[in-house]
Design a binder for this molecule. Structure first.
Ligand code: ZN
Ligand code: MN
Length: 485
């Protein structure tokens, strides 16, 4: 039996239906409907104006960059971009929303029916379809003081958001995490969002329901809200699936409710029940004109789009011969992918990717630094690989040089000279060393000749040591074979 990959493996009669709504905070210069800076501010109510504060009579003006970013999101998720779309008012009362309505989109969102490709547990490709992507404003924040008073900070008000809503195509926690990782990577690649989940720049609300396989109707769903890590979202889904299946197995029913993830108790807990759907009294926003997007605009945005992660991964496998595993790690971080591609311009040697994944990543981990802080530039790492390829240095010396490169930022060919690590590749020099070692160990030589093959490694080690680690291992082995007969 294969390892248990999902709680559903224990309940073969059931299937899960999962849909996810993601709120993506756009990294535009200014807010969505005013010219206030779209920045986090320490001081409350610093980056606000009468529009942010919802004064009566003020008029919003749409930030064109928000539309452009929404088009980028749409194109990168294979969505249809609407030539005409409109804003709507969604009414609700809460102190952090002084207008008492959120300006969002309802009937006519900017993007519809896209998809994101993921890999399932079985390793096959699956398209998670998107219902829509729409633009909207974020609300402010309520801050609750220690002695019972509450404050309203409107700095976040008017932060541009994209809400990306998937179809309920997701079947388990693995697929949910894959979908979120793929989507976050896309918005990072097309440079519209930092993707920082701790700071709330990428937030997911997950709708989870279960039903008996083959049942005509979907089960009642619960919404998992405000979970800010992929791992916790996966854990919360797994917990929720089991909770809901157990309720049904006990003859009870699942209630529609919003639940939170308790990271200490490792379980979902009730936040509020949703007996009835809220009536938001949506109506078209009268203060903003229709958003008209002609094909020219869409094509201009398309022309300026970078290569997407999915395409980059396939290209690196095809062109550079990376394995799926290697390509996946390289592509999962845009800065790492850029680093690899810059280095790969100088060498096509496949050991380059090993040096990046093993040595460079190891270095970043050990020193707790970012790629930008690392002193080894991509061309320099490529030069190091070329020195190994040409036989100027062996692997041991390369590792030593690598450490010095990290510490000093110097070019590897300079370090080879400074450290005297040039590989001894001349047969004459090595031949003298081999002869010396063989002559000094007559009994081991006799044993080797009598059939003790494993002594060969003993001789290789001694010659390498005698060469101070600089001997070309291949040539040493060839010479030893000759001398040991
Ligand atoms: Zn403002
Ligand atoms: Mn929303």
């Amino acid at each position: 039996m294969a390892e248990i990959r999902s709680i559903l493996d224990h309940y073969p009669d059931y299937e899960a239906t999962i849909g996810i709504e993601v709120h993506v905070q756009l990294s535009t210069k200014s807010k969505i409907f005013c010219s206030c800076p779209n920045q986090v501010a320490q001081e409350p109510n610093k980056n606000i104006c009468p529009i942010c504060a919802g004064y009566p009579g003020v008029l919003p003006v749409l930030n064109k960059q928000v539309v452009e970013f929404a088009i980028r999101a749409g194109l990168s998720t294979n969505s249809t971009i609407a030539h005409v779309s409109e804003f709507a008012r969604k009414h609700y009362f809460y102190p952090d929303l002084p207008k008492n309505f959120q300006t969002t989109q309802n009937d006519r969102p900017i993007c519809q029916e896209g998809y994101v490709t993921i890999h399932t547990l079985e390793g096959t490709e699956k398209k998670i379809r998107l219902i829509r992507i729409h633009m909207e404003e974020d609300a402010g924040k309520n801050i609750h003081g220690s002695s019972g008073e509450s404050f309203v900070d409107l700095n976040r008000t008017g932060t541009p958001l994209l809400e990306i809503v998937s179809h309920p195509d997701i079947s388990n926690a693995h697929e949910a995490k894959e979908y979120l990782k793929a989507l976050r990577l896309i918005v990072q690649y097309v440079d519209i969002c930092s993707g920082n989940m701790e700071e709330g720049a990428f937030r997911a609300d997950t709708n989870v329901s279960v039903r008996k396989k083959g049942a005509a109707r979907l089960g009642t769903r619960c919404e998992l809200k405000n979970i800010n890590s992929f791992k916790f979202i996966g854990d919360a889904i797994e917990y929720e699936l089991e909770r809901q299946i157990n309720l049904l197995e006990d003859g009870k029913s699942v209630r529609q409710e919003t639940r939170l993830w308790d990271t200490k108790e490792k379980k979902t807990i009730l936040m509020r029940s949703k007996e009835e759907a809220a009536d938001y009294r949506y109506f078209p926003e009268p203060d903003l004109p229709f958003i008209e997007i002609d094909q020219d605009w869409i094509e201009r945005v398309r022309t300026g789009m970078p290569e997407l992660p999915y395409h980059k991964m396939n290209r690196l496998m095809k062109e550079k011969g990376l394995s799926a595993y290697e390509a996946d790690i390289i592509v999962s971080d845009l800065k790492l992918a850029d680093y690899y591609e810059q280095a790969a311009q100088h060498t096509s040697n496949k050991i380059l990717v090993n040096w990046i994944l093993r040595d460079l990543m190891g270095l970043l981990n050990d020193q707790k630094i970012t790629l930008a802080e690392c002193r080894i530039k991509p061309e320099q790492l490529a030069q190091l690989v070329l020195l190994i390829e040409k036989g100027t240095i062996n692997n041991n010396s390369a590792k030593e040089i690598f450490e010095h490169m990290a510490a000093t930022g110097k070019d590897p060919h300079i370090l080879v000279k400074e450290l005297g690590l040039e590989q001894i590749g001349s047969s004459q020099e090595l031949e003298a060393l081999v002869r010396k070692i063989v002559d000094a160990h007559p009994s081991q030589t006799a044993d080797y000749k009598a059939g003790q093959q494993k002594l060969f490694g003993f001789f290789v080690g001694l010659v390498m040591k005698e060469s101070k680690g600089k001997g070309n291992p291949q040539i040493i082995q060839e010479l030893l074979k000759k001398y040991l007969g």
